[in-house]
Design a protein around this ligand. Structure first.
Ligand code: FAD
Ligand code: EPU
Length: 337
């Protein structure tokens, strides 16, 4: 185990925020993870688990040990005529795994193409895009209990998946390190192409016999057209979750804002936060070196030298505007450190 001291985390978060880790290590096996945990415990250091750093906002230097999870490996555990169960190491890059499955013609992940980050972080917020969430292809996961150093298995029910939610963000927050995830994929595709934008791309391309590769390529095209590439402009994707409001509140708001979009949500109407932020006048606004993306108002960006504190302050100003104009509370999707 190699522990580095006083390391800049700038290369390890997609916002490109230049905060430091007091101690930093990379773990590529369960043994290394246990060693790192034991070392931190013996010194009474706190711990931050890091995957690809694509869903965090660093607002301060981290006092303690940052562990970057790099466990690799892809293994078929079960296979029958129609399905497979595949185990994937937590440190595998999510999009590489999606492309691997696509090559093998295993269906189920195609709508989730091009999401940044690691496989190990994917259950944390039940990643989702274009009508599919990982809970639909999830079989189970293995996680290391940080306190007992025992390995534990969680099935889908135990993960308590919801929209951008899991048990690991709530009751079990900071208690486990996910080491591998098992997916149940299909040999025959079940297409999810209800999203208008996907249909538009497929129509444009004149595709007649749909394949999972077509769906993946359509999703990639749509994502590239509106989401900034973190290699060019620092960001963490959607900064806030799309809020769900009571049906009565939605109907009342419709009287003042007839164009307000809304979709059936868990116990109410889900409203696109991007629309609310754009209507509140924030789309494309820049404050110093941070701002609201010009093509997607739900994405806050760092143009280069922005700080975590500046992004945080911008996010609070956006929340205040939306609260004042619509009476709706926006909750961050991004994890503040
Ligand atoms: P990190 O940012 O490294 O970590 C996120 C959280 O998980 C932290 O709290 C961390 O401590 C914890 N964590 C990480 N790995 C582990 C582990 N192995 N065990 C325990 N805890 C862990 N998300 C979507 O759902 N849908 C999208 O369409 C989407 N689009 C995006 C587009 C862009 C351009 C960007 C930058 C982000 C987007 N995201 C999207 C958000 C992000 O990609 C996902 O949340 C992703 O799963 C984060 O993975 P990560 O490895 O980077 O996690
Ligand atoms: N909209 C605007 N202005 C904007 C942006 C959006 O009016 O600037 C409105 C439009 O009405 C549009 C609607 O919002 O039709 C939805 O926009 P979009 O399809 O871009 O999706 P989103 O709701 O903004 C969500 C996820 C994304 C995911 C896409 C595709 C959340 C918080 N975000 O974004 O996930 O990729 O749908 O499924 O649910 C992420 O979590 O980081 C992320 C990027």
């Amino acid at each position: 185990m190699k522990i580095q001291e006083n390391i800049s985390l700038k290369p390890f978060n997609t916002f490109g925020i230049d905060k430091k880790a007091q101690f930093f290590t990379k773990s590529s096996s369960v043994e290394e993870l246990k060693e790192a945990l034991s070392w931190a415990k013996s010194k009474n250091h706190s711990i931050l688990i890091l995957g690809g750093g694509s869903n965090i906002l660093l607002t301060k230097d981290f006092q303690g040990l940052v562990i970057k999870v790099e466990l690799k490996g892809i293994q078929v555990l079960l296979e029958d005529e129609n399905h497979l169960v595949v185990e994937v190491g937590a440190g595998e890059i999510w999009h590489d795994w999606v492309m691997y499955a696509l090559e093998k013609n295993w269906a189920g992940l195609e709508n989730l193409s091009l999401i940044p980050g690691t496989v190990g972080a994917s259950p944390m917020q039940n990643i989702g895009a274009y009508g599919v969430e990982i809970k639909e292809v999830f079989h189970s996961l293995t996680a290391l209990n940080k306190e007992t150093l025992e390995m534990e298995t969680f099935d889908s029910a135990a993960c308590k998946f919801g929209y951008r939610e899991s048990v690991f963000k709530h009751e079990l927050k900071d208690q486990y390190i996910i080491t591998s995830v098992r997916f149940r994929l299909s040999k025959t595709p079940h297409f999810h192409v209800e999203y208008g934008a996907i249909q538009d791309v497929l129509r444009e391309k004149g595709i007649e016999e749909l394949s999972i590769r077509d769906v993946s390529e359509a999703v990639i095209q749509i994502r590239q057209s509106k989401l900034p590439d973190p290699k060019e402009i620092g960001n963490a994707g959607s900064f806030f979750k799309n809020p769900t409001i009571p049906a009565g509140q939605f109907e009342k708001l419709k009287l003042d804002f007839p164009n307000l979009p809304g979709y059936p949500g868990e116990g109410g109407v889900k409203v696109p936060a991007g629309w609310l932020i754009e209507q509140a006048g924030w789309k494309g606004k820049r404050l110093g070196d941070v701002g609201v993306h010009a093509k997607q108002a739900l994405v806050l960006v760092n143009y280069g030298k922005g700080t975590g504190e500046e992004i945080k302050s911008l996010s609070e100003q956006v929340q205040a505007s939306v609260r004042t104009k619509f009476g709706i509370e926006l909750n961050p999707e991004v994890n503040f450190i």
